[in-house]
Design a protein around this ligand. Structure first.
Ligand code: NCD
Length: 319
C-alpha cells in the first residue's frame, strides 16, 4: 500500500494539467501517466484495496445534461473511493429550465466551494467553455459527438492490460463512427500510442475523410476481420442522427453485428470491447458479448480506476 502511494505520488508529479478535456490535446507521455496511474488503482482493487484518502476534503460535482448509467456512477464511485464528497446535479430539475445559462449554473455551483466539475453535455465544446470560465478543475464526461476522454482511456487501459501493449496493434472501431465521441477519443489516444486504427461501418457513417486523422477506413467488417487484434463495437447513436443512416436494423446486423460466425474468422486472441450500453443483437450478439473474448465488464471496472486517476491527477495538481 505504501509502495503504491509512493508510485502514485511520483506519477502525479509528472502531470501538470488542471483539466481533462480531451485526448486530442494530450501527449503520449501524459496519456501514459494517466494509464499508469489507473493501472495502480486497478491493481489496488484486485488486492482488495478500494478506499484512499487522497482527495479527502475535496468536493466534486457531476453536471450531467445527457443520460448516463456507467459514466456518472463510475465518476461518483471514483470520487468517493478517493475520499472526496460528491454532489449529483440533475439538469432536468434545475434552474436551467428557468432560463439560467450553463456558465451561470456552473459559476453558482463553484461559489459553493467545489474543486471539480464533471460535465456531460450534448453540445461539443461545453467542457472547454466551462474550463475558460471556472477556476476549478473541469473533466469532460462526453461533449456531444466530440470527445469522451475517460472512455477512450478505459478502452485503451483494457487493451493494454489484456494484450500487454498498444504499439503495433490493429484496433477496429466498428459502427456509428460519425456520431461517436468514443471513436474520436479512441483514435487520438490509440494513434499517439502507436496503434493502427481502422474505422469500419456503413458508408453513411464512415467517410474517407477519416484518413486525415491517420486512420484506415473500411465499409466491410468481413474484409478486415482476419487482421484485427481488437474490435471495439460502437452503438448506433440513433438519438444523434437527423435521418436513418441505413435501410433497416436487420441489414445493419447482417453486415456488422459481431456474432459467433464472424468470431471464427478473427485472430485467435481477438479482444472484443464495447463502451456500453450494448444493444444485444444489433452491434453484438449475446453469445459474443458474454463470451470468453469479451472484456466488456472488465472495461467497466477499469473505468472506475481511470476516473480515480483522472480526478486525482487534475484535482491533486490544481491544489
Ligand atoms: C458512450 C457515450 O455515452 O458516449 N457510453 C458510455 O459513456 N458508457 C457510448 C454510447 O452511448 O453509445
Amino acid at each position: 500500500m505504501d509502495d503504491r502511494l509512493a508510485q502514485l505520488r511520483d506519477l502525479s508529479a509528472r502531470w501538470h494539467r488542471k483539466c481533462l478535456l480531451g485526448l486530442e490535446e494530450l501527449t503520449a507521455e501524459e496519456i501514459g501517466v494517466l494509464l499508469d496511474t489507473a493501472d495502480l488503482f486497478r491493481q489496488a482493487f484486485d488486492a482488495g484495496e478500494r478506499k484512499f484518502s487522497l482527495l479527502s476534503g475535496k468536493t466534486c460535482v457531476n453536471l450531467f445534461f445527457e443520460n448516463s448509467t456507467r459514466t456518472r456512477t463510475s465518476f461518483s464511485l471514483a470520487a468517493r473511493r478517493l475520499g472526496a464528497d460528491v454532489v449529483d446535479f440533475s439538469a432536468s430539475t434545475s434552474s436551467l429550465s428557468k432560463g439560467e445559462t450553463v456558465i451561470d449554473t456552473a459559476k453558482n455551483l463553484e461559489s459553493m466551494g467545489i474543486d471539480a466539475v464533471v460535465v456531460r453535455h450534448q453540445t461539443p465544446g461545453t467542457p472547454h467553455l466551462l474550463a475558460q470560465n471556472l477556476r476549478c478543475s473541469v473533466l469532460n464526461a462526453g461533449d456531444g459527438p466530440h470527445e469522451h476522454p475517460t472512455q477512450g482511456l478505459l478502452d485503451i487501459l483494457t487493451i493494454r492490460r489484456r494484450l500487454g501493449r498498444i504499439a503495433g496493434l490493429t484496433v477496429a472501431l466498428v459502427g456509428d463512427i460519425a456520431h461517436s465521441r468514443t471513436a474520436r477519443s479512441n483514435i487520438w489516444g490509440l494513434k499517439k500510442l502507436g496503434a493502427h486504427v481502422i474505422v469500419c461501418g456503413p458508408s453513411t457513417l464512415v467517410s474517407p475523410l477519416w484518413q486525415e486523422l491517420g486512420v484506415e477506413y473500411s465499409y466491410s467488417l468481413d474484409a478486415i476481420l482476419p487482421r484485427v487484434d481488437v474490435l471495439n463495437l460502437l452503438r448506433i447513436q440513433f438519438e444523434r442522427q437527423a435521418s436513418r443512416p441505413f435501410p433497416s436494423v436487420a441489414e445493419y446486423v447482417s453486415l456488422y453485428a459481431m456474432d459467433a460466425n464472424r468470431l471464427k474468422r478473427t485472430k485467435e486472441g481477438i479482444l472484443v470491447l464495447a463502451p456500453g450500453p450494448i444493444n444485444r443483437g444489433v452491434e453484438v450478439t449475446a453469445d459474443v458479448a458474454d463470451g470468453s473474448h469479451s472484456a466488456i465488464l472488465d472495461q467497466v471496472t477499469n473505468g472506475v480506476a481511470v476516473r480515480m486517476a483522472a480526478l486525482w491527477l487534475v484535482i491533486g495538481n490544481a491544489a
